[in-house]
Design a protein. Structure first.
Ligand code: FES
Length: 293
């Protein structure tokens, strides 16, 4: 039995917005009954304002699939399609409080269904929604990596980037890829290696030298933190249109401000914890914690 929190159990036992919208302006289905999870989402959208007036869902799946789908409908009702296109699986998990790691694919399924429905609506109305482009089947340039679950490299890259995943096991938890015959595991590792090389890990020679961080003076500590931010963190954020600024080093607390798209990104807390704090731990000291100034 999975250890679900009270909110997940509430949305599972009392799901909101279950059903169909007969005259839906957009709908999409993702998943596959034979794989154990499927979700169909229906959206009623005001064609003048492009605001989502109503959302309903039908899900075949476990408690976390039902809870994720239900809370997703509540998240998007009242949003414009542009706003809804920026909703990610992290928003679903954050609104639920948490999901077991093994059930993260349920939140990803919700994001996919929403983006597929919005992609259909955008195409019909000539709207540009860059966030959903990768999930539009006609625009899709990905290749199938996991044949068992029909998961493309584009989907794996997107989920890895949004959730800062680092291991094949995590990719399986978030996408199911690799969770059956396992013949795609090497390819998933290759994708992670490529992404880690280009996004996270610099060439060995470029890594700052390992230092006894705790033995440094406060000024030298601050300089080292700045160096890691400049070399290891900023380039990754700038590739996505964001940036970061070191504001202060107060003992072991690193105070930073996120800039650009990172400043308003719904995943900013995750970026601070996994990317920024993770790099500072990797290169300097496990004692450092990161806070937004
Ligand atoms: S091809 Fe991915 S699990 Fe079988």
């Amino acid at each position: 039995m999975w250890d679900y929190n009270n909110k997940v159990m509430d949305y599972f036992l009392n799901p909101r917005n279950v059903g169909e919208i007969a005259d839906a302006d957009a709908e999409a289905e993702v998943g596959n009954m034979t794989c154990g999870d499927a979700l169909r989402i229906f959206l009623k959208i005001d064609e003048k304002t492009h605001k989502i007036l109503d959302a309903k869902f039908k899900t075949f799946g476990c408690a976390s699939a039902i809870a994720s789908s239900s809370i997703l409908t509540e998240i998007v009702i009242g949003m414009t399609v542009e706003e809804a296109a920026r909703v990610t699986n992290r928003d679903i998990v954050d609104r639920l409080g948490e999901l077991p790691e093994e059930k993260m694919h349920c939140s990803v399924m919700g994001m996919e269904a929403l983006q597929a429905a919005l992609g259909e609506y955008a195409k019909k109305h000539g709207l540009s929604l860059p966030e959903v482009k990768n999930d539009d089947p006609d625009d899709h340039e990905g290749r199938i990596v996991c044949k068992c679950f029909g998961v493309t490299d584009a989907k794996i890259r997107k989920v890895v980037r949004l959730n800062h995943l680092t291991t094949v096991a995590q990719v399986t938890e978030y996408t199911k890829a690799g969770g059956a015959c396992g013949t795609c595991l090497d390819q998933i590792q290759q994708i992670l290696d490529e992404m880690n090389n280009t996004v996270h890990a610099p060439a060995e020679a470029e890594k700052p030298q390992t230092v006894d961080f705790d033995a440094l003076s406060p000024v030298k500590k601050a300089l080292k933190v700045q160096e890691v931010i400049d070399k290891e963190i900023k380039p990754a954020l700038e590739r996505d249109g964001g940036s970061i600024e070191l504001i202060d080093l107060d003992g072991d607390v690193v105070k930073v401000t996120l800039r650009g798209v990172c400043a308003t990104c719904p995943n900013s807390k995750l970026t601070l914890r996994k990317l920024v704090q993770g790099k500072l731990h990797e290169f300097l000291s496990d004692r450092l914690t990161v806070e937004e100034a």
